[in-house]
Design a protein around this ligand. Sequence first.
Ligand SMILES: Nc1nc2c(ncn2[C@@H]2O[C@H](COP(=O)(O)OP(=O)(O)OP(=O)(O)O)[C@@H](O)[C@H]2O)c(=O)[nH]1
Ligand SMILES: [Zn+2]
Length: 192
Amino acid sequence: MIEETKIDQPRIAAAVREILEAIGEDPDRDGLLDTPKRVAKAYAEFFAGLHQDAAEHLSTTFDIEHDEMVLVKDIAFYSTCEHHLVPFYGTAHIGYIPGKGGKVTGLSKLARLVEVFARRPQVQERLTTQIVDALVEHLEPSGAIVVIECEHMCMSMRGVRKPGAKTVTSAVRGQLRETATRAEAMSLILGR
Ligand SMILES: Nc1nc2c(ncn2[C@@H]2O[C@H](COP(=O)(O)OP(=O)(O)OP(=O)(O)O)[C@@H](O)[C@H]2O)c(=O)[nH]1
Ligand SMILES: [Zn+2]
């Protein structure tokens, strides 16, 4: 569930009204009347992850004996660049090797983990390491890998204006740092 209650929507709405005035718009014209409220509601969704805890999702574990890699790839997500407050978006790929007698979580929980950290003001590098570190902390796997591929709107629609440029980041922990296992993970992720 998206926790939006801790986000001060009236305060966001007041700030949006200010922005509309600052760009020379009339916040009282018909089309804009409800815009501050709408933006506040949207921001409550965009930043809901600030008030969520990865532990909540990763506490669902199963007693499945599996000491080989589990990989969920192409998890689509949207995040918000903390420098410009515009979206960056793309896909996350998450793999782990359960530890000895270790924990296996539900597949959807890996996607929920992405949401928890994507729905915050972010940079792609931090998003990548936060996801892998949460996996390590809560599942105690023998290895974990996260690869994220994104387009940043701050590079497409403004500034350097290079639409289509993709940024790829990765974070690897434990046994997956070993060359052969890492190569296997990367070919599963990128070999499409
Ligand atoms: N490392 C990293 N940089 C990012 C991310 N998102 C945006 N940026 C970069 O943050 C930098 C901010 O640079 P500044 O020079 O402070 O801001 P700016 O004048 O708006 O920069 P330009 O985008 O080059 O116009 C830019 O180079 C962005 O491309 C991210 O997730 N990771
Ligand atoms: Zn940016």
